[in-house]
Design a protein around this ligand. Sequence first.
Ligand code: ATR
Length: 280
Amino acid sequence: MTNKLVKACVMGWPAKHSLSPFIHHHWITRYDLRGAYDIREIAPEDLRDSVRKLVDEGYAGFNVTIPHKQAIMDLCDEIDEAAQKIGAVNTVRISAGGKLYGMNTDSFGFAENLRCAGVSENVKGAPVLVLGAGGAARGIVHALLGLGAGTVKTANRTMEKAQGIARTFPVMPVAWERREEEAEGAALLVNTTALGMDGQEPLLFDLRFLPKEAVVCDIVYRPLVTPLLKQAQDKGLKTVTGIGMLLHQARPAFREWFGILPDVDEELEREIIKRAGGSL
Ligand code: ATR
């Protein structure tokens, strides 16, 4: 490895509360690299110019978050197949020649979170219910199918969006109003909506139809234990919090820029949970 400073950043609007700088700086230090990762608050109309600037400044790449995950696709020279299917890019590598390669690491992050929680085998050939049909849900559906899930149902308040996922992926859209009954027999229930997040409305979901060996996963990590996960814990169901997805999605991005696929170590997990306002 040369001693050149490798620079990356996250672009979003807003972005100042992003936990990504902490994650990447942890790995830069741990692997003894010369690197920097900063936050850029970029309004949608400034995205194109901001990307040009990063290329001119010799950046190795960047993450994009809300609301740029779709708009960035028009600015990429190449987009990998998974990100195209998901319809969103969250990570970009800038080549030496200034070309932009877009990918989506959220799907990897979700699958790795399940694997590290020891439950990825549970979904093999098994029914799964996904709540929500936004960008996050599309990445998660991609991950679930990659893990060999059986029937994947998607329940969304706006039915057309659930049907939109079904045009790309082999999933079964079900009515939002019937979400509780549709969980019957599911090996895994995943909340991909923002419901239950601090400051948002709660997710109303009675878990009585879920089998007792089912796993409940929430991608919301503020609070760490959402009311949905609390309800699941009270029923004795296994739960997976959203913090792991945040941590694991950062790993392939780091590899794109720094050439090392980093681990999520205990210290990193503990610190991120603390910064996200939770406790272990
Ligand atoms: P993300 O990229 O995080 O998935 P998104 O694309 O804005 O964000 O999607 C948000 C998801 O949360 C959608 O599935 C949305 O449902 P709609 O498609 O009907 O908008 C869901 N959502 C947001 N607020 C909701 C609410 N009050 N009740 C039910 N679902 C809600």
